[in-house]
Design a protein around this ligand. Structure first.
Ligand SMILES: Cc1cc2nc3c(=O)[nH]c(=O)nc-3n(C[C@H](O)[C@H](O)[C@H](O)COP(=O)(O)OP(=O)(O)OC[C@H]3O[C@@H](n4cnc5c(N)ncnc54)[C@H](O)[C@@H]3O)c2cc1C
Length: 471
């Protein structure tokens, strides 16, 4: 008889963990609270019939570059990556946009005076992506497999975005760098904020920032379909309240954040471990709006139509001020806005001639402030007439996010702050293991953290299999 395991939560990390266990010959049931699998990688009709919106994630540099996902035959299960001509557009008030092209040399050319500095910063990691990705998308090793590469990354990564941006002479390049660093949800003068900027830029040049045809759900469906070939089952509408009620299983992998693990694990976890989990800190939240549009967004810069992702926030200083305010528990009057416009490149997202977009800005965790007007003012600033294009909109507040996916605690979309402490001890010094030898945690609250890459699930399942003597 093969051993029976249970994965709680069918987000990308839960599904990755389930696949690793099933590949090792275990029977796997995945219990998912919501009626559709995918967590923050689901596509739903959130506005009008025929308009398909990504509820959470939309653009997948780390999904396409994930060493684990890349090892699976996901294209045989319906996954198709679409690359917009450019990875990212960052419009500025003069009406032009700074472009992050997929091609590094082209980007260097466009950044002109800063081209050499940009290349010096990212090229070593772009050229060695196949060595770099497994190192960066896992727990920190005391002795990395590629020590020189990682030492080089560490020297930049531990700095703040503000200090690394001093390498650039043009305010345009600094603005581009600020938008990339703001993915960290950190203040741009904090250590590690540069790491995010560099990783985002490197992934753009090494693999691109693709979207899946049909939306994030296509990636989820491909993972579920492949899992079913290994006899793994995904059982939806099955919220787990307490592990004690699941007597049939001898191993649990929890695609949950620490707060939920305390509840679900209950007395199965030691008091001191629960205390450690209790001190885990969640990060700022997203205030998100999904749009059904009657046409493409009327950008001042037509270059913005070449990129699936657009960063709206102007200069380095303005983005830094917005992120600093949020980190300090305030709301920014001119928030940094991340926008995706997938239907320009994937016609399956909207009825013919119509479009979808989503945009979000950062707000303090659990915020109840309605940011709609401020968010749309930022879009209008770079695309006058945007509001006239809106057929329907759906506001998704931090509490809406959490009600649609319990892992998005207080609207935190990254599974917890990634400051120095929670980078090293995520969620505790044990990483994937817990105080119970049959319970593991595999969500974005473990290394390497947020993003759709499945590597938290992969490493958690590998750790569990090792302790069972199956590795
Ligand atoms: C608005 C938004 C935009 C984002 N944009 C991007 C992006 O463009 N690119 C990118 O790479 N990442 C993006 N992310 C982040 C990314 O989606 C997450 O980091 C990733 O989905 C984390 O995967 P996970 O499996 O750890 O958790 P989740 O995807 O959150 O999945 C957790 C699952 O567990 C289930 N669950 C929770 N509690 C229980 C329970 N008690 N019983 C049973 N099931 C339970 C939930 O319903 C959910 O299905 C975004 C996220 C959001 C919300």
């Amino acid at each position: 008889m093969s051993r029976k395991s249970c994965v709680i939560g069918a987000g990308p990390n839960g599904l990755a963990a389930a696949i690793v266990l099933a590949q090792a010959g275990m029977q796997v049931d995945v219990l998912e609270a919501q009626s559709t699998p995918g967590g923050a990688a689901r596509t739903l009709e959130l506005t009008l019939p025929g308009f398909q919106h990504d509820f959470g994630s939309a653009v997948y540099p780390l999904g396409a570059g994930s060493p684990f996902f890349s090892s699976l035959p996901l294209s045989d299960h319906g996954l198709e990556w679409i690359h917009s001509p450019a990875a990212l557009a960052h419009p500025l008030d003069d009406g032009a946009a700074v472009m992050l092209e997929r091609d590094l040399t082209e980007t260097q050319g466009a950044l002109a005076i800063d081209g050499p500095a940009w290349g010096g910063l990212v090229r070593p990691f772009v050229e060695h992506w196949s060595n770099f990705a497994p190192e960066i998308l896992g727990p920190l090793r005391v002795v990395p497999r590629h020590p020189w590469l990682m030492a080089r990354f560490g020297m930049v990564a531990l700095q703040s975005a503000q200090s690394v941006a001093r390498r650039f002479r043009s305010p345009r390049t600094r603005a581009l760098f600020a938008g990339l660093a703001a993915h960290s949800f950190l203040s741009l003068d904090e250590p590690l904020s540069a790491a995010f900027a560099v990783l985002m830029a490197v992934s753009a040049h090494a693999v691109g920032w693709p979207i899946p045809r049909g939306g994030g759900q296509s990636l989820t469906n491909a993972l579920c379909s492949f899992l079913s070939t290994l006899k793994g089952r995904v059982i939806t509408s099955s919220p787990v309240q307490n592990l004690a009620s699941l007597a049939d299983y001898e191993l649990f992998l929890c695609d949950l954040t620490p707060r939920q693990l305390i509840e679900v694990g209950g007395q199965r976890l030691s008091e001191s471990y629960r205390r450690q989990l209790g001190s885990y800190r969640y990060g700022a939240a997203a205030f998100k709006v999904d749009y059904a549009l009657h046409g493409p967004i009327p950008w001042k810069s037509s270059d913005c139509l070449r990129a699936a992702t657009v960063h709206l926030g102007g200069s380095f200083e303005e983005i830094a001020a917005s992120e600093k305010a949020v980190r300090g528990g305030q709301h920014s009057d001119r928030p940094f806005v991340l926008l995706t416009q997938p239907s320009l490149f994937d016609h399956s997202r909207a009825p013919a001639g119509k479009h979808t977009a989503w945009a979000y800005c950062h707000v303090p965790n659990g915020s109840r402030v309605n940011m709609l007007d401020k968010l749309e003012s930022q879009i209008e600033r770079f695309a006058p007439g945007f509001r006239d294009c809106v057929l329907a909109r759906r506001v998704i507040s931090p509490s809406d996010l959490e009600s649609m996916d319990a892992n998005l605690v207080g609207g935190d979309i990254g599974g917890g702050v990634v400051d120095l402490r929670q980078f090293l001890f995520r969620p505790t010094w044990r990483h994937y293991a817990t105080s119970a030898k049959d319970i593991y945690i595999c969500s974005a609250s473990t290394p390497p953290g947020g993003g759709v890459h499945g590597m938290c699930g992969y490493h958690a399942a590998e750790t569990a299999l090792s302790s069972l003597g199956r590795r």
